[in-house]
Design a protein around this ligand. Structure first.
Ligand SMILES: [Zn+2]
Length: 87
């Protein structure tokens, strides 16, 4: 089970599940390096309250990673700059 924040730069110990956000991913696991015996497993990851406000978790071909959350506020700022350019 999860014991620390999934952000390597934070790694805050998990004390309260109601804080932060839990992510569940269906991952392929090699059993003892034998590729023919791959199995699927549900992996749980946790981002603490602070990290979950600015980051989300995503499953990529390289594995599960922490990526910055794209906020609506940020998108608004970008479109504002665009409209200023065309006026
Ligand atoms: Zn954290």
């Amino acid at each position: 089970m999860v014991s620390n924040c999934a952000n390597p730069k934070c790694a805050k110990p998990l004390h309260y599940l109601r804080e932060g956000k839990i992510f569940v991913f269906d991952v392929i696991v090699d059993s003892a390096g034998d590729a023919s015996r791959r199995s699927r497993r549900m992996e749980h990851y946790w981002l603490c309250g602070v990290c979950s406000q600015t980051m989300v978790m995503e499953q990529s071909p390289e594995g599960v990673r922490v990526i910055p959350r794209s906020t609506p506020r940020l998108r608004g700022e970008i479109s504002l700059r665009k409209s200023a350019l065309f006026s």
